[in-house]
Design a protein around this ligand. Structure first.
Ligand SMILES: CC(C)(COP(=O)(O)OP(=O)(O)OC[C@H]1O[C@@H](n2cnc3c(N)ncnc32)[C@H](O)[C@@H]1OP(=O)(O)O)[C@@H](O)C(=O)NCCC(=O)NCCS
Length: 157
């Protein structure tokens, strides 16, 4: 399986990402639909990278490299057809390299009803910071996780 991680090639690939995100959990429960996904994917203040298998989009990641939570992994999603085959781990490794080249902290949120994704992040070294209650929808929390390679003081990009 040939996986490459690169910038999206154009509108069709961004739309494919929007479908991958909006058609599955956790975004169904969070009531984040296709239009929301596309707005995120087109936000010029975000960096989007796709994982392509034999040239076709199988997953993607959205990073926020500015703002208050610099190094925030805003979204990661892999198409259900490709889940459990290492693509998410590849995207997370890529995100880590990108973020740690500029900042010593990487952040990600995971919904409290998504223990499978949380297990992946904890295996990769992300640790619980805190619980954001009723953050996206009432009745569910987002759990903020962080992976750090050291304090801000002394960090050299
Ligand atoms: C979470 C996700 C990005 C991981 O990508 P992946 O390519 O499936 O992951 P990998 O094959 O690299 O690693 C496997 C691990 O991913 C997690 N995982 C697998 N399928 C998953 C799914 N449907 N939902 C959530 N996590 C899943 C598990 O921790 C699994 O490890 P395990 O062996 O302990 O079960 C992907 O499964 C996905 O898009 N899930 C649905 C959307 C989602 O939950 N996104 C994260 C929002 S914070």
């Amino acid at each position: 399986m040939e996986v490459s991680i690169r910038r999206p090639a154009g509108k069709e690939e961004l739309e494919a990402c929007g479908r991958i995100m909006s058609s599955q959990e956790p975004w169904l429960t969070l009531r984040r639909g296709y239009d929301h996904a596309l707005a995120l994917l087109k936000n010029p203040e975000r960096e989007v990278y796709v994982a392509a298998v034999d040239g076709a989009v199988a997953g993607f990641i959205i990073l926020a490299m500015g703002g208050a939570l610099k190094g925030y992994i805003q979204t990661i999603a892999v198409s259900p057809d490709w889940q459990g085959r290492g693509i998410g781990s590849r995207l997370m490794a890529f995100a880590g390299e990108r973020i740690f080249s500029e900042s010593p902290n990487a952040f990600i949120c995971v919904s409290d009803f998504n223990p499978d994704a949380r297990r992946l992040y904890e295996r990769l070294g992300y640790k619980l910071v805190g619980e954001l209650k009723d953050y996206v929808v009432k009745g569910h929390s987002e759990l903020l996780l962080r992976k750090s390679i050291g304090p801000l003081e002394g960090f050299k990009p």
